[in-house]
Structure formats: C-alpha cells, structure tokens
Design a protein. Structure first.
Length: 231
C-alpha cells in the first residue's frame, strides 16, 4: 500500500472527558486507503509546505470513521506535542497527515480465540478492526479494555454493535474501570486463555512492555504476541 501525504482540515473535535479528544480530519478525497490496525503520522507544523523534509510529527492509530473521505484519531493529552494539539487545533485548522503505516493484523495466521488487551486510547487500532468487514473472520475473540473511569468510555457501544453483528458473545467483552475494578491483570488474563492463543496488546508503552514481559515469562512464544511497533 502506497504511503501518501494529505493536507487535511480539522472537521470535528470532541472532548468527551478530561484530556481525551476525538478529532476528525477532512482529506478532501473520496476514499482513504488503509487497513485495520494501521496508523498515521500527524504534523501540526504550520510552516511545512508539503515539499520540504517531513517535519516533527507524532504517530496515532487510525480510528474508524463512517465517512470514507475522512480520517479520525483519538488521543489523550500527555506531553508537549498533544498539549500543542489541544491548544492549537480548532475546526478549520489545517494539518499534514501521512499514511498508512503498520501491519498489526496483516500477518495473523490463527484467528480463533484471539485475545485483545487495551489500555485507554490504545483501543484505537483494535476499533478499526472491530468496525471492519473482515472482523467476522476472527472466531470467538475476547476483549479486555482498561479505562480510568466510565467517563472515558466512548468505545463500548461500537464494540457491542460489532459483537452483535458478528454473533460474538457479549460476555467476551470485559471492561475494567480503574477507579472501581482496578487495573488490567495480565496474569489473570493469561490464566484464562493459556499459551497457544494470539495476544494483541495496545496501550501506554510501559503497559506494553510489562504485559509482553509477563507473557514471555509464562512461556508464550513471540509468534503469539502482537503489538504496534512505531518507527
């Protein structure tokens, strides 16, 4: 798939909870080509002309959009770059986007009983799969999602709709709120699913490192462990 640059306008901004934002960009194209689980590079550099060397940017997983000509991302404000995004981007602002990148789901061999584990906005690459027409090929998946609180849950309706559409039991979707149920426990998840399942992990870097390490310590082969590798 060819990497392309788009000069895009911010067409919508939602701020459903503190420091949580969903932004939609209009690329002025009829259709944007990308695969589930892929990500983009976003630059808010106002001096970039599209010809010079690619400026400072950040990677964001592509969040599903109902409009084929638009691209969405979800992000939380955690550092200087996302603080600048929060403070400078308004509806009508122009940005540069480069996509698509990544192969999170393209090399999956066994789609039976896959385990998806996400923390916070790390659910984004999974959402683009759950809302895609190919999700039906994943048989009996389980999803574990950890959020700070119920205020940050902008995902459950979409996930449950995808489950119902693909006849997946709703009990396979387990939602944990940190302020009530505590943090996701990878040892408990492993104890339920075992060694020979494909584990997809997405979330803060420290969570990914911890969960991958614990799976490896439990003798899960690397071929069963999948997570985004952003270069």
């Amino acid at each position: 798939m060819i990497i392309r640059k788009y000069y895009a306008a911010v067409s919508n901004i939602l701020n459903p909870a503190e420091n949580l934002y969903l932004i939609e960009f209009d690329t002025f194209e009829e259709c944007i080509q990308y695969k589930p689980g892929q990500f983009l590079h976003l630059s808010i550099d106002k001096n970039y002309t599209g010809i010079d060397q690619w400026p400072e940017s950040r990677c964001f997983s592509i969040f599903p959009s109902e409009n084929p000509g638009k691209i969405s991302i979800v992000y939380s404000v955690k550092g200087n770059y996302t603080m600048n995004m929060r403070d400078s981007l308004t509806i009508g602002s122009y940005v540069w986007i480069k996509l698509p990148y990544g192969n999170l789901f393209t090399e999956v061999q066994n789609k039976q009983d896959c385990v998806f584990i996400a923390g916070g906005t790390g659910i984004s690459p999974f959402m683009s799969l759950f809302c895609h027409s190919t999700f039906y090929t994943y048989l009996n998946p389980s999803i574990y999602l950890g959020l700070k609180s119920s205020k940050y849950d902008i995902y459950s309706t979409m996930i449950k709709n995808a489950f119902e559409k693909n006849k997946i039991p709703l009990e396979n979707y387990l939602l944990y709120h940190e302020d009530n149920e505590g943090l996701l426990n990878i040892n408990e998840i492993f104890a339920k699913h075992g060694q020979n399942k494909d584990y997809f992990i997405s979330g803060p870097p420290e969570m990914i490192l911890k969960f991958v390490s614990l799976l490896r310590n439990n003798k899960v082969d690397d071929k069963y462990i999948h997570f985004d590798k952003w270069d």
